[in-house]
Design a protein around this ligand. Structure first.
Ligand code: GSH
Length: 210
């Protein structure tokens, strides 16, 4: 088995998506801290691994792999024998569709616009920009409702088994569920609310995201 080193900070949504898989698979790995609020992610040493300065990056026997979807698809095969992806082709495509929606359309409005403004900015002594928060609500709703229309949520996003889509979405909910905008944004997504109630209780989620 390859030696795995995950670079990033444990508070990152995307680092958590990878750690949920690694922990659920019981894989051996090292976590090396790369801070995102203190500039460690833009230091030359880290940019040599990931030119975009984003976390995470996974080092696999000296090869740096970045972009969470690519990392988790690799790990699913490498350490979990593909058990975190449906075998049915169309279901697998839908799982990837949810991951793409989270990455492209949900993360921005929920985390960058709402969580950062509601939680991070005040924690650093700043003042929430209400216009930025407001601007996140409709796009977040649209993405959430798109996921609702694709997901099964019984009990997991793709049905009876945890998949890569759950690992991608859980860390967003961990932060977003604690904002006052959560109820408005999820008002039309009852299946996702049920899903969240169940997955938020999993020991795995408490361990990685608690
Ligand atoms: N598309 C990237 C996104 C990763 C990402 O945005 N990570 C955030 C932390 S959750 C980050 O590194 N932020 C630091 C920055 O943008 O400077 C992936 O899938 O890995």
């Amino acid at each position: 088995m390859a030696t795995l080193t995950l670079y990033g900070t444990p508070i990152s949504v995307y680092v958590r998506a990878v750690r949920l898989l690694l922990e659920e698979a019981g894989a051996n790995y090292d976590l090396k801290e790369v801070g995102i609020f203190d500039g460690q992610n833009t230091a030359a040493e880290y940019l040599a691994k990931n030119p975009f300065g984003k976390v995470p990056t996974l080092d696999i026997d000296g090869t740096a792999l970045y972009e969470t979807v690519a990392i988790n698809e690799y790990l699913d095969e490498a350490v979990a024998n593909g058990k975190f992806s449906p075998s049915d082709l169309l279901q697998k495509a839908k799982m990837r569709q949810i991951m793409a929606i989270v990455d492209s359309y949900l993360y921005g409005p929920t985390i960058r616009s709402i969580v950062i403004q509601r939680v991070i900015v005040p924690s650093q002594g700043g003042k929430t920009d209400e216009e930025v928060v407001k601007g996140g609500i409709d796009p977040a709703k649209k993405a959430m409702e798109a996921i609702e229309s694709i997901a099964i949520c019984s009990p997991y996003l793709m049905g009876s088994e945890l998949t890569l889509a759950d690992f991608q979405l859980i860390p967003v909910f961990v932060y977003f569920a604690n904002t006052p905008e959560f109820d408005t944004v999820t008002a039309q997504t009852p299946k996702l609310k049920d899903w969240w109630q169940k997955v938020s209780q999993l020991p795995l989620v408490q361990k990685v995201c608690g």
